[in-house]
Design a protein around this ligand. Sequence first.
Ligand SMILES: *[C@@H]1O[C@H](CO)[C@@H](O)[C@H](O)[C@H]1NC(C)=O
Ligand SMILES: *[C@@H]1O[C@H](CO)[C@@H](O)[C@H](O)[C@H]1NC(C)=O
Length: 413
Amino acid sequence: MRVNILSLLLLLGAHAGLTLGQAWPFGPFVTSGRWIHNSQGKNVTYAGANWPGAADVMIPEGLQYASITSIVSGIKSLGLNVIRLTFAIEMIDDIYDNGGDKTLLVAFQKALGTANGLKVYNQVLAKNPSFNATTTRVQVYDAVAAECLKQQIYVHLDNHMSKGGWCCSTDDGNSWFGDTYFDVTKWKRGLNYMATRGAKWGNMMSIGLRNELRQPSNNAAVSATYNWETWYTNVVAAAKGVNAANPNTLIFLSGLGFDTTLAPLTTGANLGSGTVFRKSDFTFANKLVLEIHNYQNSATSCSSITSGLYTDGFNALDTTNSAIKNVFPVVMTEFGYDQTDTSYTGVYATCLRSYLPAQKAGWMLWALGGSYYIRSGTQDFDETWGLYNHDWSAWRNSNSLSAIKSMAAATLA
Ligand SMILES: *[C@@H]1O[C@H](CO)[C@@H](O)[C@H](O)[C@H]1NC(C)=O
Ligand SMILES: *[C@@H]1O[C@H](CO)[C@@H](O)[C@H](O)[C@H]1NC(C)=O
């Protein structure tokens, strides 16, 4: 009897804790000027890695080689605190329009063919025995998030593609609002679906509305609408929808040119026809974060990288510059380099490894995994930029890894 009362009290305590944000992850997060704060008013900075799931199979990568538990344990061992978990809108379109989400076997066979699909499916089940014949793709997302919750890793969701596949090119039909596969209505529906689903996970703290917007090279009509004014119309509407679906989540806004510039947003410049981005126009301004990517891997000068980053969006962190009209947190949600050679000692890698922690800016490396189920038509594609080796069993490059560990420690110090 005593034991039962005790359990009941513990249960009530745990429940109250979750409700009031008094337990990890201390959500929801809000922004305050250039900082992200948790529910205790403490600064939170992201230090993490990209875990891709938006390619053809539309299932988080690597599960034929390793269990979710061991992959997440590896992330934890590096001192990282977040994953950027990418998804494709096509998965949600299937849920609404095509009779429901696909089971794992169907998804693998569609992308890899009957024989290879079956083989990889069986490998996934062998490594991850909690899955079975009825498990669907989105249930794998649930399972990844659940393990991250257990190991106290935040989940940042990212809409990477509309049609599942390797991202990004200017002729892949996913480049810009209204492109061949980029149906704006379905995009918003998919974002709202994942924002709502993520709300149940407990550790989904933020969502990126769209990865690497870019001008299509093969679609003249859509190309003609590639400008900041079109960006404003679509992104503001999508952000409002996500905020209504999940008022707790932070919403990450990405820029143009493969998300390499946010320039007119931070300075409050005219985006076209007098449209101006003003933080104060949002009722949920304290949920908005800017994200930027950088792949200047062949740069020869760190100062040229960092001065470019400043004008392209990191100036949103600068509370001392009166030209900056919109102060926001800025997170570099993608950067990365070859893990199979000495790139980690080069100008680019060393520059960002010192610059980002010095700004106390968040970051996510591309990429966590050493291979893809399929990328651009090649099955079991080797990801030489992956932190894990090809079969996700060990790190690729221990010297590079210790530099990343130090970067994480400096960021979170
Ligand atoms: C966040 O970090 C900055 C820089 O270290 C510090 O000045 C500020 O007081 C911190 N805010 C909180 C709420 O701890
Ligand atoms: C199959 O897996 C799903 C999710 O992965 C789970 O909800 C369900 O309970 C499992 N079914 C069985 C019979 O184990």
